[in-house]
Design a protein around this ligand. Sequence first.
Ligand code: KG4
Ligand code: ZN
Length: 344
Amino acid sequence: MLILGVESSCDETGIALYDSAAGLLAHALHSQVAMHAEYGGVVPELASRDHIRRIVPLLRATLENAGKSLADIDAVAYTRGPGLSGALLVGCAFAESLALALDKPTIPVHHLEGHLLSPLLSRTPPTFPFVALLVSGGHTQLMRVTGVGAYELLGETLDDAAGEAFDKSAKLLGLPYPGGALLSKLAESGTAGVYALPRPMLHSGDLDFSFSGLKTAVLTLVREQPEPLSESFKADAARAFQEAIVEVLTKKALKAMKQTGLKQLVVAGGVGANKQLRATLDDEARRKRFRVYYPELEFCTDNGAMIALAGCLRLMAGAASKPAGAFAVQPRWPLMDIATTTSP
Ligand code: KG4
Ligand code: ZN
């Protein structure tokens, strides 16, 4: 079965072809980061228009790289939500129309399920069950995953997501949008321990997170500094922020491992690209004798491959439907709404 995957939930247009037997055949991505950078954040209307411009050329390139034609496609998977409604509508309309024209089924995919299952694209994938730490721009969740659709929420952020905290703190330090990866790069040149930032909810006893206080602490730190901010201050503050967030994410993930007794941890979503988070989790995993899996770096942030893969797994579980002939997206859509079974 050959599945076409279409991702357009935010500021990346992703297209991929996933074969149920051979795996990922080809994928293509266009990031709108440069376009939105000028405005300091994603401009939804511009995002939708750019998806429209990119989606067909990306499909053509992906088909060509895979040596396939439209006629080879067996089903079309696309991100139904959550995300920006206009951006989602572009991918949805494109996928539903294409499927209708090809007389093939569609598989609407939950974007977070795509992230959650993305480590399965790796050469050495995890096996079910595992604990998932989902750390993206919009979500921070710990989950017990026992199969496709079998998700139990163990804990989540009560306010800002980890990626959001990275991006907002980066902005406070004067870094351009989207600052998460840049802040992380800057932190590498900073000295640890120069500034002490809080570790929110570290000892809350549960698996929930809260990051808005951390961002406020960065703001307070910035306000105490003379303008313009010195390069050494920015680097040391970035380091302090990263140390704090990595410690909280790591300790909560360790607590989830202990609580569930599972031996595999999957880290998914954009913040999963963070080097310090990876190094710290790897260290702890060696010490506590469990394994950590990350998606390949290119599949950490939004992409079409994870949507094609999730679509394929859902298709095999019987989830395909006839093209709707109508365009229904779900900009707000809790992941637990698609959990078919939850583990105890
Ligand atoms: O998963 P993703 O592409 O988007 C959502 O679905 O939300 O994640 C994007 C987030 C952004 O907040 C970005 O700043 C963050 O991931 N990010 C990073 C790094 N690379 C991307 N955060 C920390 N360190 C990185 N290296
Ligand atoms: Zn995402």
